[in-house]
Design a protein around this ligand. Structure first.
Ligand code: HEC
Ligand code: HEC
Length: 337
């Protein structure tokens, strides 16, 4: 009978509505949710960076020393910080990374700041956690060119390290524990209090009129379809060149690393698909894109509009988007090397 069905439908809709209301996300994420960094669909599309995460201070301190320790590389010349300089907003300012014996990589060093919020690590997302990621550079022949056995042999000569590992883990200095300490340190590298986050929290004066116009464009043009969540990126993969052929226009032969996620999954549809990078502190981390081919923020905004959205920006719109990008600089962590 159609009428009773309509009533049932009405009842169910009400029930779902109520459930949705009960399960609704809070307006702002609290600082007490260390295990769930990605924004579920029910939250605001972009949420402010929390002031701090609940971390183990001893691991953070140990990880800080490991992050800056050149003994993690074969010839003791390169540390994590060589390519992720915390005084340079967690990047290196180079087009592509330079490793041991000045060997050149093929991709740009992404920032480590706020990497805790990424749902996977690397441009192609091939590591799913920060712990797993830390394995990569140590073994990469053109980055640190070492291995855990070699690293542990060198670090074990350092009595302070041995004591500090033992104090945290009964099994002492193990590869997994080194990775755990480095990852915990990286989770301390978050940048709250950007002008934009203050605006999101209700301070309507925190953004200049131009940056506010940029924020409107960011939503209306559709940048927010990909750059979203607490990190304004880092929670999905997307094709580079949805509306145009970035690689044909680049005028440089294709590298294996340009295939992006295809290298991980082998699926045709993952060709040139990358993890959407964070836009937090983006004004401080030139050059841009996985290949470091884009020098200036203005150009990266133009390229995004053209290749991702099929839009040619007017001069004032580009300037507004750049002003908005500049409002994303947060409070940088103060770390003594
Ligand atoms: C020789 C330069 C170099 C060194 C040394 C290096 N990295 Fe990286 N790092 C890179 C590059 C380049 C990438 C991107 C590689 C890719 O995506 O294929 C990267 C990616 C990362 C990422 C992923 C960030 C993201 O948004 O996906 C993290 C985290 C990271 N490195 C941490 C570390 C740690 C920890 C160490 C030390 C154990 C380290 N790196 C050593 C150059 C370096
Ligand atoms: C379809 C998804 C998508 C849309 C829409 C999109 N982006 Fe991107 N964005 C990406 C991906 C993927 C990358 C990484 C490109 C690469 O690695 O070479 C990126 C990179 C960037 C970068 C450089 C980041 C870095 O660290 O190098 C900036 C800046 C940027 N986008 C801003 C924007 C702006 C502004 C808009 C709107 C005009 C926009 N994006 C629209 C997916 C998107």
């Amino acid at each position: 009978m159609p009428r009773s069905r309509a009533i049932l439908l009405l009842f169910l809709t009400g029930l779902f509505g109520l459930a949705g209301w009960l399960l609704r996300a809070p307006e702002e994420p609290g600082t007490d949710q260390p295990d769930s960094y990605a924004s579920p669909a029910t939250e605001q599309p972009i949420t402010p960076i929390p002031d701090s995460l609940a971390l183990d201070a001893r691991k953070v301190e140990l990880g800080r020393r490991l992050f800056h320790d050149k003994r993690l590389s074969r010839d003791d010349t390169v540390s994590c910080a060589s390519c992720h300089d915390l005084k340079m907003a967690g990047g290196d300012g180079q087009t592509v990374a330079v490793g041991v014996q000045r060997q050149m990589g093929t991709v740009n060093s992404p920032t480590v700041l706020n990497s805790a919020f990424n749902f996977s690590q690397f441009w192609d997302g091939r590591a799913s956690t920060l712990e797993e990621q830390a394995q990569g550079p140590v073994h990469n022949p053109i980055e640190m060119a070492s291995n855990w056995a070699e690293v542990i042999k060198k670090l074990s000569l350092d009595a302070q390290y041995v004591r500090d590992f033992q104090a945290i883990w009964p099994d002492g200095m193990k590869a997994a524990n080194i990775q755990s300490a480095i990852a915990e340190f990286e989770r301390s590298l978050i940048t709250p209090h950007s002008a934009f986050d203050r605006y999101l929290k209700g301070d309507s004066q925190a953004l200049s009129p131009e940056a506010r116009k940029g924020w409107d464009l960011f939503r209306n043009l559709g940048c927010i379809a990909c750059h979203q969540g607490v990190n304004m990126g880092g929670n999905m993969y997307a094709n580079l060149g949805v509306m145009g052929d970035f690689f044909a226009d680049r005028g440089k032969p294709l590298e294996k690393s340009d295939l992006g996620r295809y290298n991980v999954t082998g699926r045709e549809e993952d060709r040139h698909v990358f993890k959407v990078p964070t836009l937090r502190n983006i004004a401080l981390t030139a050059p841009y894109f996985h290949d470091g081919s884009i020098e200036k923020l203005e150009q990266s905004v133009d390229a995004m509009a053209r290749y991702q959205l099929g839009v040619e920006l007017s001069e004032p719109d580009r300037a507004a988007l750049v002003a908005f990008m500049q409002s994303l600089n947060g409070r940088l962590p103060v770390v003594v090397p």
